[in-house]
Design a protein around this ligand. Structure first.
Ligand code: HEM
Length: 488
């Protein structure tokens, strides 16, 4: 009996990930000079499903993103002299909140995650420490108005320019009938993020190189550079080994990932002023060098990205840009001590490496894949002179994980906002709070370890330089999940 010719199998990576099924931002990061987040509410569930079917072909998968990245690098290599113009290119992804799935009458109980099922508004007070009024279920965070509404979903549209991205957004709006007589969704708010200009393009607004350390995925990342142990795909992707709830996942959940979005404003002139006033002092050290050293100790890396665990007293830009070396440290040289890197520095709080691993505690389930982008203008001369922010700028923080309660929420609640972490009983000093992102609602905000020669000296955190003004928890389904469940 002859068989009908079967379709060629989709490309699979050795970790058994279907790269044509997983949305692109999760594992390969949509290439972006600019990225728009369009948040929406579903207004007509039946029509939304039909429209979604027409939208799905626009979604960029991991395979598509890898191809885009390949095209970009070939384009760069093929250019003789000077900087080549960017290739016009847009990547689209989509994610849904619990409220969106509910509006579509989809039972998402087996997504299991309590943070996702409750939504970020509910989490903001009790678990994240955001400012707000009321308590318990009636807590209202001090956020921008649109984020106080129930957001059902978000389109992520990244690209080389506002032009390309806006054209793509036009296409999306047309598919869902926005601006016509029968829209199936309404826009709640749209936020545009942009890479910073010139040599600051990969740096966040305080000036530090960002996106240096992200988990390497076993079987997907071919030659992981030296650094923290690579993780099983299930730390980030649902339904794979390493996902604690793998057995509970329904087929439409497999190869999806939870997306955490946080709208974080940064008070840059105020931060710079604080760092300068509290600068470290030492023989032969200029005021600026003292300020740079303090800043590096607050973050755990110099502005170039060089880790202070490897170069504690002087920036080393070459080390900062060398992926073979810039993540190759574990805080092992100073177990229980913080001469090289303060316990509470942003990177030691958010990824304690050997502080936990040497005690036999795995941090695989706490790893997150960060995909943020900056928003807002550069600091103006007037703001710098006044040492006061007058224009909104910051980070559209985004990260993926297979569990928000073990990933983002855990990091923020149990590490960042916990003054005694890592484990004060084994350390001579109380670590204190993450100086960048700990909650302003905590009392006695301070950290130790800022002076390498006197680690018990504490620095009072006078202000909160990162202010959360919105956010939501989403689920980014696979292409099959979109087709076979959400649009079905
Ligand atoms: C405006 C807010 C923030 C700023 C300015 C900021 C800045 C940075 C910088 C400069 C780095 C070092 C470079 C790198 O490894 O990529 C970093 C790393 C990191 N950040 Fe943030 N961050 C912010 C918010 C957050 C939030 C909200 C979280 C999660 C709760 C977070 C988690 C992490 C993690 C996990 C790392 C990598 C640590 C490592 O692997 O060594 N960050 N951040």
């Amino acid at each position: 009996m002859s068989q009908a010719p079967s379709k060629p199998a989709p490309p699979q990576s050795p970790s058994n990930l279907d790269l044509n099924n997983i949305q692109g931002d999760i594992l390969s990061g949509l290439p972006k000079k600019t990225e728009t987040y369009l948040f929406f509410q579903i207004s007509d569930a039946k029509k939304f499903r039909t429209d979604l079917r027409n939208f799905i072909p626009l979604v960029k998968t991991v395979a598509g993103t890898l191809k885009d990245r390949d095209d970009i690098s070939k384009h760069k290599q093929g250019t003789v002299g000077g900087k080549p113009p960017l290739i016009p290119m847009a990547g689209v992804n989509i994610a849904f909140s619990h409220f969106g799935l509910k509006a579509l009458n989809i039972n998402d109980a087996n997504l299991v995650d309590t943070a996702f099922l409750g939504g970020q508004k509910l989490d903001a007070g009790a678990n994240l420490g955001d400012k707000g009024t009321g308590s318990g279920p009636s807590f209202v965070p001090d956020w921008e108005e649109p984020f106080k509404k129930d957001i059902h979903g978000v389109f992520l549209v990244a690209g080389d320019s506002h032009d390309t991205v806006n054209k793509k957004i036009g296409e999306i709006k047309q598919i869902f009938g926005v601006g016509g007589h029968t829209p199936s969704l309404t826009e709640v708010t749209t936020i545009v993020g942009d890479a910073r200009p010139g040599d600051q393009s990969a740096h966040e607004h305080f000036g530090y190189l960002d996106g240096v350390s992200n988990p390497q995925i076993i079987g997907f990342d071919k030659n992981p550079p030296p650094g923290p142990a690579p993780v099983r795909a299930g730390a980030i992707i649902l339904g794979k080994d390493g996902d604690a709830n793998k057995d509970k996942r329904e087929p439409w959940m497999v190869e999806g990932s939870f997306l955490v979005f946080r709208y974080l404003f940064q008070k840059v002139p105020e931060f710079d002023d604080f760092v300068f006033r509290n600068r470290l002092k030492g023989p032969g050290m200029t005021d600026q060098q003292g300020a740079d050293l303090l800043g590096a100790r607050l973050v755990g890396r110099w502005k170039s990205g060089a880790p202070i665990d490897l170069t504690p007293f002087k920036d080393d830009p070459e080390l900062g840009r060398d992926p073979q070396r810039n993540n190759n440290f574990h805080f092992t040289a100073e177990q229980n001590f913080q001469k090289l890197c303060p316990f509470a520095s942003h990177i030691r709080k958010t990824l304690p490496r050997a502080d936990l691993e040497s005690l036999g505690i795995s941090i695989e389930k706490n790893r997150i894949m960060r995909r943020g982008v900056q928003f807002g203008p550069e600091v103006t001369k007037a703001e710098r002179a006044a040492k006061k922010t007058s224009q909104g700028r910051g980070l559209l923080f985004a990260c993926y994980q297979s569990s928000i309660t073990d990933g983002f929420q855990f990091i923020q609640r149990s590490w960042v906002n916990n003054a005694t972490f890592p484990f004060a009983e084994t350390t001579p000093e109380v670590p204190g709070l993450d100086p960048l992102i700990s909650a302003s609602t905590l009392t006695d905000r301070k950290l130790s370890g800022i002076d390498p020669n006197n680690p018990s000296t504490e620095l009072k955190l006078e202000d909160q330089w990162v202010v959360p003004r919105g956010g939501e928890y989403f689920f980014t389904p696979s292409i099959k999940g979109l087709k076979e469940k959400i649009a079905a």
